[in-house]
Design a protein around this ligand. Structure first.
Ligand code: AMP
Length: 161
């Protein structure tokens, strides 16, 4: 009787390997399969599921030094990202409180939120770059380095949604 109970508890515990899965999305159409895969994993572990998108400072795209005021454009970019993130959360039934929109450098913000929210897995898409593109780096690689928890890179397919 006790042994059977222990086995049941062991099975339950091993099914709950992950408790909070955080999926980072760049809001492109190829994120949908990544979300679906992460949700399936979350369901199998009965884990909480959260989504995050980071709006990158526009100045960063221009190398940091821009001789003009980008604040209006940046605000517009932020609003567009919010709308698109809302569409993603609606489509995948993610509760509003599990949706996060941040501003800054993706790696830094993803790590910060993962720590803050006690996430034990981060899921990102991976384009599987090689050659010169690999040298230029990728967000998936970037997120992996110094991550506060496990990182799963889901291979992005060329076909979408
Ligand atoms: P990349 O290396 O930029 O092509 O992006 C690969 C993956 O990194 C995407 O599929 C997302 O999972 C994640 N990612 C890239 N940019 C962002 C962003 N701004 N916010 C959140 N996740 C991102």
């Amino acid at each position: 009787m006790l042994a059977a109970l222990r086995t049941q508890l062991d099975i339950k515990e091993s099914a709950m390997i992950y408790r909070h899965i955080l999926v980072a999305i760049d809001l492109a159409d190829d994120c949908h399969p990544v979300i679906r895969r992460a949700q399936a994993l979350a369901e199998s572990c009965q884990a909480k599921f959260s989504l995050i998108h980071i709006v990158e400072p526009m100045a960063m795209a221009f190398g940091g030094d821009v001789p003009m005021d980008l604040s209006m454009l940046q605000q517009q970019q932020f609003e567009q990202a919010r709308e698109r993130l809302d569409a993603f959360t609606e489509r995948h039934n993610v509760p509003a409180e599990n949706k996060h929109l941040a501003y800054g450098q993706p790696r830094q913000e993803i790590h910060r939120l993962a720590e803050e929210q006690g996430c034990d897995m981060i899921v990102v898409g991976s384009h599987g770059r090689h050659g010169l593109a690999l040298l230029l780096g990728s967000t998936a690689n970037d997120v992996l380095h110094g991550a506060p928890c496990d990182v799963l890179a889901v291979k992005l397919e060329k076909t979408t949604a």
